[in-house]
Design a protein around this ligand. Structure first.
Ligand code: ADP
Length: 397
């Protein structure tokens, strides 16, 4: 056995600490690339055999992240544990911390990404700009708050699931039914008249170093991120700086370690309001893989290990990221079969596929196109994503 091999088959690269990652989705998968480059072993807890990250991280267990013993087995011998998603019960994370493992982000921070009511209340207490909101328990309280408005489950929502736009008391029933079924609370929120959605991404390490990426525009459809343009076109320097400073302040005040994504609304009257927080690499940061000096995935790893952070500066004037979503048809799109056309048409295109079977609306990959001309980048990235999704047919040539 050569140095660096471990008797139990676990990775033991020369002197490098092992990072445990909970969750086998594409975010963990994309951490594997910089981890390999940096020689940092990852140990993964996957939900099921063969999921996206389990395909590329050989050192993995399959188990239930809500089970404390499973988490304890995962982190044994690791220096730090981090996450592909925000759903690990914070009670378990407190136990892991007490047992001496560094949990990054820690449970005290993570709860703000798990529970929208906790997040809104904490941000309001910090004086951060947030939409007007209130916890509500029935349609009468919603009417009292003011209709029309937006109802959200405080926990468990994602990609627009758990968000209801309501205009009448009768329309509130599905939200309260869903909350009753899941034991979640409901918050009512003013319906923000926004020009567009922005995202401010920062990395922060335990020793307090922080790096702010350029603020991007994200285009959502039906609650799912479709397209990201970096930097956000025509964003005033004033608002861009405000957004970056706000994200840095939130990361510091909530003691976030790793990547923090602050999803923002740019209102029609030129203000920014915080919509959501994510404490992990985020879809609005995928452009950094090819468009920034240091990707969000690498900076996440550096941050959770308290290594010096890499430059977040853009490599090109523009980078456009477009998600590849599973199409409505049974064909499921082209994916691997899309390579000959997509790669020949655009040798500068960067493609990231997640090893996921296409299902309607499922994020199965993304493309990045960077360059000097925004319209050209948009055309290249949109074409490629549509092609992989099987939306173009033969006439695309
Ligand atoms: P999720 O947790 O499912 O991503 P979000 O809170 O981000 O849910 O909401 C999903 C989308 O719904 C947002 O990206 C935005 O387009 C829209 N939305 C959310 N809250 C509001 C609001 N208060 N006013 C207007 N639109 C909203």
């Amino acid at each position: 056995m050569s140095p660096g091999d471990a008797a139990d088959g676990r990775s033991a690269a020369a002197g490098a600490p092992t990072v445990a990652v909970v969750g086998g989705g594409q975010l963990a998968r994309m951490m594997a690339e910089p981890a390999a480059a940096l020689g940092i072993p990852l140990r993964l807890l996957a939900e099921a055999p063969g999921v996206s990250a389990a395909q590329v991280i050989p050192d993995h267990d399959v188990g239930d992240y809500t089970d404390l013993a499973t988490l304890q087995a995962l982190v044994a011998g690791c220096r730090v544990v981090t996450f592909d998603h925000e759903h690990v019960p914070t009670g378990h994370l407190h136990v892991l911390e007490e047992e001496g493992i560094a949990v990054r982000p820690g449970p005290g921070a993570l709860v703000h990404a798990q529970d929208k009511l906790v997040m809104r209340a904490a941000l309001a207490a910090l004086g951060a700009p947030v939409p007007r909101f209130r916890a509500v328990s029935d349609a009468e309280e919603v009417a009292d708050f003011g209709l029309p408005c937006v109802l959200k489950t405080s926990r468990g929502g994602y990609d627009g699931k758990g968000v209801w736009f309501v205009g009448t008391p009768e329309e509130c029933a599905p939200a309260f039914d869903a909350a009753a079924a899941t034991g979640s609370r409901i918050l009512a929120e003013e319906r923000v008249d926004f020009r567009r959605e922005l995202s401010a991404l920062v990395a922060r390490s335990p020793s307090g170093q922080a790096a702010a990426y350029p603020v991007v525009e994200s285009v959502q459809r039906d609650g799912i991120c479709h397209e990201v343009v970096a930097p956000a076109p025509s964003l005033s320097d004033g608002l861009a700086t405000q957004a970056q400073e706000l994200a840095l302040r939130i990361a510091r005040e909530l003691d976030v370690t790793g990547i923090l994504a602050v999803e923002l609304f740019e209102t029609v009257d030129d203000r920014i309001l915080v919509n959501e927080l994510a404490m992990r690499p985020h879809n609005t940061g995928h452009w950094t893989q090819d468009g920034a000096v240091t990707s969000q995935f690498e900076n996440h790893l550096r941050a959770v290990l308290d290594l010096p952070l890499g430059s977040p500066v853009a490599r090109a004037p523009w980078t456009v990221m477009v998600n590849i979503l599973g199409g409505p048809s049974d064909s499921g799109g082209l994916l691997y079969d899309g390579y000959p056309h997509a790669l020949a048409r655009d040798p500068r295109l960067r493609v990231h596929l997640y090893g996921k079977a296409p299902r309607p609306g499922r994020k199965v990959g993304h493309v990045n196109a960077y360059g000097d001309d925004l319209q050209e980048c948009l055309e290249r990235a949109r074409h490629a994503a549509a092609w992989f999704a099987g939306e173009l047919g033969d006439e695309s040539e």
